[in-house]
Design a protein around this ligand. Structure first.
Ligand SMILES: Cc1ncc(COP(=O)(O)O)c(C=O)c1O
Length: 412
């Protein structure tokens, strides 16, 4: 009998993926066997652990990072006539949250070496806002590296604006300030911090998000708005709320403001809590993988044609993404062809991000166009995100860099 030969299988390495343990599976099964699939005890348990982990006073969990950003805008009372300012290099949701509430968006250019918002450019935008329409600054801790929050907070406060930091990439990251280590999410230099628990993020729930804040008032408002704006105290319709004897009617609730169903389920929250308990391990693995990539890049591309993003020395990076800057034009290679050939060889890559002001919607809305954000465009022309997730081995990293080298040579 002739044996059928099958080609050797190459493991596909996506640019990001979740890590699911037996403990995660058991945590989810326990909820499935319990009385509560949603609005049960797993959600406050997750909120408590999240607040403790990031050093926040309050954490309010919700359906996604996008929902968290929308809730943040609603809780701060942002609306028509107001504006927010955010980085030109981010995911759409950092800007879209303003449009959800009818506010305008202004973008700020970035530092080309880090991909983070350029604080000098931010200062110029705030100075130009003489009629003080800008009510919120939304810095993004891109790839997991903290933006310069102390400087941004100072500028925003001088302008009378709130700071909502988009930490969807950065749970577990920290920055040093005046000899103290400040965790992202502790709101040391922000009013609200927003997290995402999408599967490519450090803590995976399928979909999920959260907002942290030092303000009990904002925390209560966020929690109400996540559930239709329903409140069970401080009623306006007192005669409807109370029985003749004066006690509150047990069924009574009141909606005084417009909210949404942005609730997180207990199934997601239980998975999140279990994942959160492995966050330190996940961060350590991401740092080890980064060190391995950096060594390999130094060896294989000593001429600097492929280099990692710059990292400040007073921070702990959460490495949600590992972005390299590649001199495609100088090398005479097309990024599309490199990505396709990497994919054919089992390596997934992605581009983070297409400049948001160049999206047709924002070109229309803001009147932005090519050339307005030169550093963002320069960065965008070079960026490529390589696989980054805790399960990657050193051998996987060697394969990624080896295939990248081949793809860059063979597609010239
Ligand atoms: C920077 C940033 N902000 C916001 C979001 C939105 O999060 P979600 O996908 O959970 O809605 C993402 C998600 O990728 C993101 O990367």
């Amino acid at each position: 009998m002739v044996e059928t030969l099958t080609p050797p299988q190459v493991k596909f390495l996506p640019y990001g993926r979740q890590h699911i343990s037996q403990a995660d599976i058991e945590a989810v099964i326990a909820v499935l066997k319990s009385d509560w699939l949603t609005q049960g005890p797993a959600v406050p348990a997750f909120e408590k652990e999240l607040a403790e982990r990031v050093g926040a006073k309050y954490a309010v969990a919700c359906a996604s990072g996008t929902a968290a950003l929308h809730l943040a805008m609603l809780a701060l009372g942002i609306g028509a006539g107001d504006e927010i300012v955010t980085s030109a290099n981010t995911f759409l949701a950092s800007a879209n949250c303003a449009r959800f509430v009818g506010a305008g968006v202004r973008f700020v250019d970035i530092n080309v070496d880090t991909g983070l918002i350029d604080c000098q450019a931010l200062e110029r935008v705030l100075r130009s806002d003489t009629d003080r329409r800008i009510k919120v600054v939304i810095p993004v801790h891109f790839t997991g590296q903290p933006a310069d929050l102390p400087a941004i907070y100072n500028m925003a406060r001088q302008h009378g604006a709130w700071v909502v930091d988009d930490a969807c990439h950065a749970i577990g990251a920290t920055y040093d300030h005046e000899g103290k280590t400040c965790p992202i999410g502790s709101n040391r230099h922000s009013d609200l911090t927003v997290f995402s628990f999408h599967p490519v993020k450090h803590v995976a729930m399928g979909e999920g998000g959260a907002v942290t804040t030092p303000s009990s008032e904002l925390a209560e408002k966020l929690a109400r708005l996540r559930c239709h704006g329903i409140r069970k105290n401080s009623f306006i319709n007192n005669e409807m709320a109370t029985a003749t004897a004066g006690e509150i009617n047990p069924w009574y609730y009141e909606m005084q403001e417009l909210g949404y169903n942005y609730r997180l389920t207990d199934i997601q929250a239980a998975l999140g809590t279990s994942q959160l308990r492995r966050l330190s391990w996940s961060l350590r693995r991401r740092q080890e993988i980064t060190a391995c990539y950096r060594r390999l890049l130094q060896d294989e591309f000593a001429d600097g044609t492929v280099r990692p993003l710059a990292v400040a020395d007073n921070i702990t990076h959460a490495y949600h993404l590992f972005v390299v800057l590649i001199e495609f034009e100088r090398l005479g290679v097309s990024r599309a062809r490199v990505m396709t050939s990497l994919r054919e060889n089992g390596i997934g890559t992605q581009v983070h991000y297409i400049p948001v002001p160049l999206q047709p919607y924002y070109r229309r809305h803001c009147g932005t166009g090519a050339g307005d954000f030169p550093n963002t465009e320069k960065y965008y022309a070079r960026a490529l995100s390589l696989p980054m997730y805790p399960d990657l081995s050193d051998t996987d990293c060697e394969r990624v860099i080896g295939e990248l080298k081949k793809a860059l040579q063979s597609n010239r």
